[in-house]
Design a protein around this ligand. Structure first.
Ligand SMILES: [Zn+2]
Length: 226
């Protein structure tokens, strides 16, 4: 990683001035601006396959490696955080992998569904803070949260209801109750479950639009790469 201080020490002339302009913000964490989300329009998840694009699409390819960690690095980062399984009383051997299952035409699930009785506490998977508490037609009652470094995004959907005083900005400790399992949004009314998604925080800060990471391998503590 090339950091600003390193560049400053070796800077000589306009070339490095240009590089500094390109790379500014690449090293400090939190590294991304958190921007306000638009009102969700459809999809129980942020539809990462249809609209996430590339946060670096306007940046020369040669600079991408400098601008942020790789997908593999983020995968290792979140795996090393030893996430809390986000539904109380559920064991890892009860999880199933539906990450690649098709949904709504060409869209993929890019999440896992954790079945549990209605009203079962939904727990914060990681330390960090709440980004957004909102309702949308597919996800129902949803929560976006991030880790302390704003590097990873966690999305929880179909909550029956929220815990009291859950608002954007609230700090979270791994294992905190954030809400309760339900069927809000487009979940089948007889199959209460938590829709749980993990995403990489995009460089542009549009946290609802990040590249998905399979929660199944993360929660099972497995070592396979995505
Ligand atoms: Zn789901």
């Amino acid at each position: 990683m090339v950091c600003t201080n390193d560049l400053l020490r070796s800077s000589r002339g306009h070339l490095f001035a240009m590089l500094l302009a390109l790379f500014s913000g690449a090293c400090a964490r939190p590294r991304v601006p958190i921007v306000a989300a638009p009102a969700p329009t459809r999809g129980s998840s942020p539809s990462p396959t249809s609209s996430r694009g590339s946060p670096s699409s306007s940046v020369p390819l040669a600079t991408i490696a400098v601008l942020g960690p790789s997908a593999e690095a983020d995968f290792e980062y979140v795996r090393a955080r030893h996430l809390q399984l986000p539904v109380a009383g559920i064991r890892t051997d009860q999880l199933s992998d539906s990450f690649d299952e098709p949904r709504d035409g060409s869209r993929r699930h890019h999440a896992i569904d954790i079945l549990a009785p209605r009203g079962t506490p939904v727990l914060a998977a990681d330390d960090g803070r709440v980004l957004r508490v909102s309702w949308n037609s597919a996800g129902g009652n949803t929560v976006y949260a991030t880790d302390a470094d704003s590097r990873i995004v966690y999305y929880y959907a179909h909550l029956d209801h929220y815990r009291d005083s859950l608002v954007a900005g609230r700090p979270l400790t791994k294992g905190d109750t954030i809400g309760f399992v339900g069927t809000t949004g487009n979940a089948p009314k007889d199959i209460p479950h938590l829709h749980f998604q993990i995403m990489r925080m995009p460089q542009d800060g549009k946290y609802w639009n990040g590249e998905p990471i399979n929660p199944f391998a993360i929660l099972r503590g497995e070592v396979e790469r995505p």
